[in-house]
Design a protein around this ligand. Sequence first.
Ligand SMILES: Nc1ncnc2c1ncn2[C@@H]1O[C@H](COP(=O)(O)OP(=O)(O)O)[C@@H](O)[C@H]1O
Ligand SMILES: [Mg+2]
Length: 272
Amino acid sequence: MSDPYGDRGNKDLSVGNAKGMGSVIPKAGGTSFAAPGGPFLIGDSMTAGYGNGPDILHDCTIAVEEGEIAVIVGPNGAGKSTAMKAVFGMLDMRKGHVRLDGEDITDLSPQARVAKGMGFVPQTSNIFTSMTVEENLEMGAFIRTDDFSDTMAQVYDLFPILKEKRLQAAGELSGGQRQQVAVGRALMTQPKVLMLDEPTAGVSPIVMDELFDRIIEVARTGIPILMVEQNARQALEIADKGYVLVQGANAYAGTGKELLADPEVRKSFLGG
Ligand SMILES: Nc1ncnc2c1ncn2[C@@H]1O[C@H](COP(=O)(O)OP(=O)(O)O)[C@@H](O)[C@H]1O
Ligand SMILES: [Mg+2]
């Protein structure tokens, strides 16, 4: 092949999943987008805020189906990270529920959710910078009592650069490599679902493409992915489902394709 990068995954339709595709639903706050049987992971009609502060999320719903990639986009401060934290159990839910594989986990701690199969890569402070790459991966396996060397080998297969740098302090790595450490660390628990908050923040377009390719690869192994992205257009291109959040509420939801084609979404959130 003359251009080995010509068919990179961003436009790869083979990860698409025709089942359960809905239509664009403007101003759909309060509506659950659950398909029959329910999505694999759903934060359903969430109203939540920090401490005793005001509600940040208003009847907000985000979800991901088995075998799919779901992407959450929206302006800065829209509550995307808050929605992810709510799904992971990091703030008190005032209304709404979180269900994983049909089970209501609204009252579980984040640690208990990890034990149930949730992997979460937060937007900030997602690696231990003074520890080596390998130590970070070992920390990721903290809940495991079995031999995790196979999983570590899989992470190194997925991110070969991490194997090369495994004895280096994670803080010495580039932005894109640090994000690989963070994703790799989350994979060490062998999660059933992976939540990523802005995995491509601050990286170059080429590195972003590569990270998206690796994320698609993870999804292909059967791990559904719920991810926040500020690179809205590129992320929606690889998304089975997309959500646009505005001021803590659902503004639009649909397949990635539908959102990319929607004139209102394009005008307001994708730069025309
Ligand atoms: N730890 C926190 N304590 C109090 N308010 C917060 C905290 N984190 C975020 N917020 C507020 O919640 C709102 C949504 O923020 P965030 O979820 O980070 O938005 P996004 O991820 O979409 O940029 C903002 O008004 C922000 O100031
Ligand atoms: Mg955020």
